[in-house]
Design a binder for this molecule. Structure first.
Ligand SMILES: Cc1cc2nc3c(=O)[nH]c(=O)nc-3n(C[C@H](O)[C@H](O)[C@H](O)COP(=O)(O)OP(=O)(O)OC[C@H]3O[C@@H](n4cnc5c(N)ncnc54)[C@H](O)[C@@H]3O)c2cc1C
Length: 292
């Protein structure tokens, strides 16, 4: 391993939760990296008037930018890259894969917020665990030499497709009306038609498109938009309650060295709660690193 590039903590998310965590870890001299994709729920908040310290309120967009500047001014590495997956390595470290790089860290704080809900497709929820999967690395093996589909059109969908390339017989990327991604591989097709529903008897059997044509398939990997807390948690084996990451009062998840904070843990979806949980996660990481 290249120890020069080993981080003490990698924080996914530059919203109030992630930045708050980083202020504590960096000030405790821990090598800290923040990764974010410059899209936070905060940016949709026109004016925040219920958070301490702004006499005339503050726009969510400004607050997000101030937070990132504060982290950069403190000397924290902040990278604008999209997270694709986090995996546990053998030597008690974690590998964080983004659209641009791979990073290794002793601990990870997930402060990824919540994802905007995608258009619902009938059948997805009904067939979860029976042909619908959220994780190609975890479930791909069950589809060895079978024909499967990946629902999505962004970098995350392509990363899931890549993980299936040497396992499945044929992969069809379903963009559900969105533009086809640039992707070429011998056993990969792309269908851009909007989807009506997913059908089957006891498990997924076919996708019905709005133009009433269909595609027979044995499995569908959901990878719409970017990877959110559900996808990241399922890949890592983190406990979820519905789509929220389960943490204890120390913001510890069920995996040692992985913490979560802010909107992705559920409860009150407010800046103040995200700041509080980020603070706890940062302090707990410092404590954890003391004991190693
Ligand atoms: C319209 C609206 C109005 C609101 N008004 C208020 C208000 O008045 N007062 C209040 O207190 N709260 C308000 N909120 C809630 C507040 O915005 C959230 O509670 C707060 O932003 C949560 O902080 P967070 O750090 O947990 O997540 P977020 O701020 O959502 O940050 C998530 C971070 O994760 C990053 N990320 C996500 N996925 C990936 C990925 N795949 N790869 C890399 N990075 C990723 C994002 O880029 C971002 O940096 C409002 C929310 C909305 C939507």
């Amino acid at each position: 391993m290249n120890f020069k590039n080993l981080y003490d903590v990698i924080i996914i998310g530059a919203g109030p939760a992630g930045v708050s965590a980083s202020l504590y870890t960096k000030r405790a001299n821990k090598k800290t990296l923040i990764i974010h994709k410059n899209e936070s729920n905060l940016q949709y908040a026109k004016r925040i008037e219920n958070f301490y310290g702004f006499e005339n309120g503050v726009s969510g967009k400004d607050l997000y930018e101030i937070g990132i500047k504060q982290a950069i001014n403190l000397g924290i590495d902040v990278k604008e890259e999209e997270l694709l997956k986090i995996t546990q390595e053998e030597n008690n470290t974690f590998k964080v894969t983004t659209t641009h790089n791979e990073y290794i860290s002793k601990t990870v704080i997930i402060a990824i917020g919540t994802k905007k809900a995608k258009a619902k497709i009938n059948g997805i929820q009904d067939f979860e665990g029976r042909g619908i999967s959220y994780c190609a690395i975890c479930d791909g093996f069950f589809y060895k030499n079978k024909n499967v589909a990946v629902l999505g059109s962004g970098n995350y969908a392509l990363s899931e497709t890549n993980d299936l390339l040497n396992i499945a017989n044929k992969i069809t990327i379903l963009t559900n009306g969105e533009e086809a991604p640039e992707f070429r591989a011998e056993n990969v097709d792309i269908i851009t038609k909007p989807i009506e529903e997913i059908k089957g008897q006891n498990k997924v059997e076919e996708v019905i498109f709005k133009d009433k044509t269909n595609l027979k398939t044995e499995g569908i990997f959901i990878a719409q938009g970017t990877a959110g807390s559900t996808e990241i948690a399922k890949k890592l084996g983190l406990l979820l309650n519905s789509d929220k990451i389960v943490v204890n009062q120390k913001m510890e998840t069920n995996i040692k060295g992985i913490y979560a904070c802010g909107d992705c843990t559920g409860g009150l979806l407010q800046v103040s709660k995200a700041v509080y949980e980020g603070t706890i996660a940062g302090l707990q990481v410092i404590n954890f690193l003391k004991d190693e």
